[in-house]
Design a protein around this ligand. Sequence first.
Ligand code: GLA
Length: 371
Amino acid sequence: MSDWLSPDVIASAPGRVNLIGEHIDYSQGFVLPFAITYRTTVQVRRRDDQIIRVRSKQQLDAVITSSISELAPGSHGGWELYVLGVIWALGISEGVDIEIDGQVPLGAGLSSSAALECAVAVGLNELFSLELTVKELALLTQKAENLYVGVPCGIMDQSVSLMAEAGAALLLDCRDLSTKLVPFDLAESGLELLIIDTQAHHALVDGEYAKRRSACESASSKLNISSLRDITLESLEEVKGLLSDEEFMRAHHAVSEMARVLAAVTVLEQKDFPALGSLISQSHNSLRDQYEVSCPELNCAVAVALAYGALGARMVGGGFGGSAIALAAHDQIESIKGAIDKAFKEESFTAPRFFTSLPSEGAKVIKKLVR
Ligand code: GLA
C-alpha cells in the first residue's frame, strides 16, 4: 500500500454555505454563497494501467476498484460515484489512484459532495494538465452529479467550491457563471454566522427537489420565458391566472428570492447588517411558505435564533433537513446555541450540531510533486 503514500498532486476544495439565493440556481438566478473552512483534500496519482482505485481516510478498509472502461453513468454505488463521475465527465483515459480526506460535515447540507467532486476535478486537471477553467470545471462537475450520480442539482455548489475567495461572498449569476466578490467581513462588525446542523434528514429530498425544479420549468414554459429570471414580481402577479396555484407559489419564491439576493449585495456593501438579516429571514419565510422545502426542525432553529436576538436566520441548501444559518452578534451566539439545544430537546428532535465559519478560499492545488 506504500504507493498510496506518494501522490503526484494534492488538491482540496471547500463545502459551502449559501447566504441568500436558495433554490434559484436552476432558474438561472443570482446566488450569494461563500466557501466554508471545512474542506475535502484529495491525493491523486497517475497509474500506468487503466485501473482506478479510490479510498477514503475516513474508511481505510474500503478500497473501491474500477477501471476506465467500466465508467458508465447510472452505475450503482455510494459516495465513490461522485469521484468516478468526475473522472468520467473529465474524459480521463488513464488509470489513477485517489485518496480522499473529507472534512466537510456529511449530511449537514454543507455540500460535502460538491467539495469532493471539485477537489477531484482540480486534482485531475492538474495531474493531466487539462487546463480547464474554473467555469468549465463547474459545468463538468455538475454534469458528473446530474448524469453519473443522478442528482438533478443546479450549478451553485460546484461553482462556489471552485471560485470562492477568502473574506468574501460570491455573487454568482447562474445564467452565465459570471461572478463578483462581495467583501463579507463579519468579525470586524462584531458579528458571527452560526451554522446549525439540525441533523434532520427527511427522506423526501430527492423527489421533492426534482418536483420544485419542474414546477419552475413548467411555469416558465407557460409564461413563454426561458427561465424565471426573465420576469419581475409585478409581471408575475399580472399573469397569475395562467399558472396553477402551485406553479405560482414556486415562481413567486424564485422571483422574489432573486430580488432579495441583489438587495442583499447592496446592503452588504453598505455593511447594513440589520437589513441583511431581515432579507435572510424573508428568504426563510418564502422557502417555508411558498416553496415548501423547510421542515419542523429548520423552522424551530430559525424561530429560536430570531427570538434570542439573531439579526436574521434561514434554512440553507436543498431543505427538508440539513442546516440553518443565523446571523448574530458574536456575544449572543452562546445563548442562541443554548436556546436551540433546549428547544430541540423539548420537541424531541435529534440534538443539533453547531459550526461557525469565516468565508474561505475556493478549490486549489496544494502540491504538485515531481517523480
Ligand atoms: C442543493 C443543490 C443546489 C441548489 C440548492 C438550493 O444544494 O445542489 O444546486 O439548488 O440545493 O439552493
